[in-house]
Design a protein around this ligand. Structure first.
Ligand code: NAD
Length: 488
């Protein structure tokens, strides 16, 4: 599989350019530790030019008002990505370490398809609503509610599902009429810069409407967040960074939209198909090596079936296909980098130090001599109050916690600083629905129900975020509301 497909250049004001200093940084294959190539390392001057260009494109072109142009450009973007699907797939697997099976869904193909959904939405959207005539303050008036783009959007994204998140921001933000500066994570610059090349070479998106600034410096985006010319920040990443971004944005009182971390519960009630459910829980925590914000990482099972549940999850984990992400059968690939592997190993050590039992895994796979791999790992014997059960590990680590009935299961599920997702399993659909409705999370799957789709608003309660991505709600995050009235 070729890994030569990449893009070194930034996209600034419609041009594919090197960094102003010529500086570059390496992008690395996490499965092999090989350097794939380099990306331009944006400078302060590059950020300045990108912000200027985005501001000018918003203020003085027809982009913000020409819905037909925007719809056409989004469809061109989708067509370009579709026509480069093979190169994009190879590059994405190489840069993210994501298993090939995942690129057939959330890692690549689904986000590309969702561009069509958002283009259709913009095309048919009710940009103006006529509220009709009324007599506010005794004075007859006719009123309209107009939805308008927010302005210049700074989009800051993580490395775990880069196309999904880059496009879930770019698609709706552009469809709504904004201009965008996209700052990807330092680990996955190419997933953004190749998109920049397609935008520059294969779409009519006007200069300045999309700018892409790769950087080796994690906090590079702070320049965008604090700049008064930027109207809105759309951030996806960890809760800790989300907090910093929100504080950085406070100085200029920006609209801030945050998609953050999670520690979601997989609740099995006492009438569920226990082994089946535990098998699904084991599979889920290993997808992309557990590097997904909405992955259910706490398996909450009936105390009297605890041993059976652990056996079921252990059996599934032990035979789960792990290793080379280019193998179509692989479910669990590598972690993104050595730092992330250290973090996962630190939590596994902590589980042991706290008296927990590592039932399966806990180490590095013997057969992988290169790459940032950790074995699928099952932990028991720690409480829901342990940092191992409370903090986001972002690795293939499943913690099993016993419950004493539906209310207890719910209080364990909800006893978390996060509220991103969840799962409930029961033989009684109404009982499962009742538990799902009481979960304090943004999404819940009942008996394996899949919620992920372009029309579904995704986001978190509590410290998992503010706002929603995707769906109509996700599109409207990028809109202002204006009311116009005239005497009637
Ligand atoms: P991160 O918070 O370290 O980084 C996210 C982005 O913020 C990157 O582009 C990074 O360069 C940038 N950044 C880092 N420090 C910054 C600062 N001080 N100012 C401005 N920008 C800064 O997260 P990560 O490690 O890249 O990604 C993993 C995290 O993302 C996990 O916590 C995961 O749950 C979360 N995530 C959430 C969702 C969601 O939709 N809720 C989706 C995917 C990932």
């Amino acid at each position: 599989m070729t890994t030569s497909f990449g893009e070194e250049r930034l996209l600034i004001d419609g041009a594919l350019v090197p960094a102003s200093t010529g500086a570059v940084f390496e992008t690395v294959n996490p499965a092999t530790e090989e350097v794939l190539g380099v990306a331009a390392d944006a400078t302060d001057g590059d950020a300045e030019r990108a912000i200027d260009a985005a501001r000018r494109a918003f203020d003085s072109t027809t982009w913000s008002t020409d819905v037909a142009l925007r719809v056409r450009c989004l469809r061109q973007m989708q067509a370009a990505m579709r026509s480069h699907a093979d190169e994009l797939r190879a590059m994405t697997i190489a840069e993210t370490g994501s298993p090939v099976f995942m690129t057939r869904s959330a890692q690549l193909d689904d986000p590309v398809e969702s561009l069509g959904w958002v283009a259709d939405l913009a095309e048919g959207y009710a940009w103006t609503t006529d509220l009709g005539r009324a007599e506010p303050l005794g004075m007859p008036a006719r009123r309209w509610v107009c939805r308008e783009p927010a302005g210049v959007v700074a989009a800051i994204t993580p490395w775990n599902v880069p196309h999904q998140i880059n496009l879930a921001k770019l698609g709706p933000a552009l469809a709504a009429g904004n201009t965008v500066i996209l700052k990807p994570a330092p680990d996955t610059p190419w997933c953004a810069t190749v998109l920049g090349r397609m935008i520059a070479e294969e779409t009519d998106i006007p200069a300045g409407v999309v700018n892409i600034l790769a950087s080796s410096e994690p906090a590079f985006g702070a320049r965008l967040v604090s700049d008064p010319r930027v109207d809105q920040v759309s951030f996806t990443g960890s809760t800790a960074t989300g907090r910093t971004v929100m504080a950085q944005a406070a100085g200029t009182l920006k609209r801030v939209f945050l998609e953050l971390g999670g520690k979601s519960a997989f609740v099995v009630l006492d009438d569920a198909d226990l082994r089946g459910a535990c098998g699904v829980a084991a599979f889920t925590v290993c997808v992309h090596a557990g590097q997904g914000c909405a992955i259910t990482t706490r398996l909450v099972v009936p105390r009297r079936h605890f041993d059976d549940a652990v056996d079921g999850a252990a059996a599934a984990l032990a035979k789960l296909p792990a290793g080379d992400p280019t193998d179509p059968g692989t479910i669990c690939g590598p972690l993104i980098n050595a730092r992330q592997r250290d973090r996962v190993e630190r939590y596994i050590r902590l589980a042991r130090d706290e008296g927990g039992t590592i039932v399966v895994g806990g180490g590095r796979p013997a057969e992988q001599t290169r790459g940032f791999f950790v074995e699928p790992t099952l932990v028991t014997g720690i409480g829901n109050d342990s940092p191992v059960a409370r903090e986001e590990i972002f690795g293939p680590v499943l913690v099993v916690i016993p419950h004493d009935g539906d209310d207890d299961a719910l209080s364990i599920a909800n006893d978390s600083p996060y509220g991103l997702s969840g799962s409930v399993w029961s033989g009684d659909r109404d009982r499962a629905m009742a538990v799902a409705r009481r979960m304090r999370t943004g999404t819940v799957g009942v008996n394996g129900g899949v919620w992920y789709s372009p029309d579904v608003p995704f986001g978190g309660y509590k410290q998992s975020g503010i706002g929603r991505e995707m769906g109509v709600a996700g599109f409207e995050e990028y809109l202002e509301t204006k009311v116009v009235a005239e005497p009637a």
